[in-house]
Design a protein around this ligand. Structure first.
Ligand SMILES: [Zn+2]
Length: 397
């Protein structure tokens, strides 16, 4: 009897210790900060809660970085990290922020659109908390988050998620999916409020063109593509054709009218902005891959995906043996980080180019490195050393 009580106490203590060790890992990811050194054209950092005060003090609040040329011109908003388990979207936003030169017009960038979702990994999927990008001065470490808002910040999920305002029934877990809660509502769930605040930013600042950066699994038809709202279809079509002819394969999809809550649909319907979403190929989130490691995130090389490619089951180019050629003559093996970052950068630049041609009254002049530069020099070459930078340009996210 006495023995069994001591045994129970022993197990209680052991499970307590394991709980603390596990909890520390969760705590560390939740509080880890990424560093960014913004370019000299940076003018101001504000918080999303400026557009919806109820977000203040919550994990739904997130920084907005503004680059204002002071010269009249169009305005652009870029979202990275709508789905933080697609982390190249945030890295691409950082590369823009670190290198952008704005000659005319105004640029808003939100590198972590769903900050809460970036503070935990996907429950049940064992994968690393971070990945690192090599730079000439050391490594820059970034979080790998979840797809949806952290349940610590929004819980429980309902049996059915009824989208507002359409009333469409969506999968229950999509109530925490920022790309299913647009246009959001002022007094809704945390995720709906983040969407609403982003809509308020777009409407109040008269954003002319909007980009939502994503990464997709290669077994998903909407990969390596723009998804364009009806109003931005001309821009998306021309940009996709030009990119495919001169840089890398890019498709174009029309935003469906009967699937609600997505940025490319609702942002276009509920504001005057030209809405585009972009998807890169991200092997890391494919269902069929082997071990989900940091290497898989950086290199995107997976033998199971190769088998799927050989069976014609993928919706984009993929080859881990010989690679495939882009229009510039680069050989792409797997789906490396540089390839994915470069795609988002040139995907943005090419769309701005067509915005300027189709809508001269919304024209803007911005420059930052594109696909060719990233493929040649590597992403890390465009990330600056925070320890050498002017402190007024170093920020944590
Ligand atoms: Zn996504």
């Amino acid at each position: 009897m006495k023995n069994s009580i001591s045994l129970k106490i022993l197990f209680l203590v052991l499970s307590g210790i394991l709980g603390i060790l596990g909890g520390l890992e969760f705590w560390e990811l939740r509080h880890y900060k990424e560093t960014v050194v913004v370019s000299e054209d940076f003018t101001e950092k504000i918080m999303l809660s400026e557009y919806l005060p109820s977000l203040k003090g919550t994990w739904g609040d997130t920084p907005i970085y503004i680059f204002d040329s002071g010269v009249p011109g169009g305005s652009m908003l870029i979202l990275g990290g709508t789905h933080p388990y697609e982390p190249v979207t945030t890295v691409a936003a950082y590369v823009v922020m670190e290198n952008i030169d704005v000659e005319s017009g105004k640029v808003y960038i939100i590198p972590h659109a769903n900050m809460s979702a970036s503070t935990l990994g996907m429950l049940g999927n064992a994968y690393p908390k971070y990945f690192s990008v090599e730079t000439p001065w050391g490594e820059q470490k970034y979080r790998i988050g979840d797809r949806g808002t952290n349940p610590l910040d929004q819980w429980p999920d309902p049996f059915t998620y009824v989208h507002y305002p359409s009333g469409q029934n969506l999968a229950y877990q999509d109530i925490r999916n920022l790309n299913r809660t647009f246009p959001g509502r002022e007094n809704g769930t945390l995720t709906e409020r983040i969407s609403f605040a982003i809509m308020e930013l777009i409407r109040n600042e008269n954003i002319d063109i909007f980009f939502d950066y994503h990464e997709a699994s290669l077994t998903y038809p909407v990969v390596s593509t723009y998804v364009a709202h009806d109003d931005s279809m001309d821009i998306g079509m021309m940009a996709a054709m030009m990119l495919s002819a001169t840089q890398f394969p890019m498709k174009i999809e029309a935003s469906p009218k009967n699937l609600r809550g997505l940025t490319h649909r609702e942002v276009g319907d509920f504001s005057d902005t030209l809405a585009l979403l972009m998807e890169t190929p991200e092997p890391f989130i494919d269902r069929v891959v082997g071990k989900m490691t940091e290497d898989l995130m950086i290199e995107g090389i997976d033998e199971f995906l190769q088998t799927a490619a050989e069976k014609g089951l993928l919706y984009c180019d993929y080859d881990i043996k010989e690679g495939f050629q882009d229009a510039l003559g680069n050989t792409i093996i797997g789906a490396p980080l540089d390839y994915r970052v470069g795609r988002h950068l040139s995907g943005t630049l090419e769309a701005i180019n067509w915005l300027n041609q189709f809508f001269p009254e919304k024209a803007m002049s911005v420059s930052f490195p594109g696909y060719a530069e990233i493929m040649e020099n590597g992403t890390g070459n465009y990330l600056h050393d925070p320890s050498q930078a002017d402190k007024s340009r170093v920020f944590e996210n």
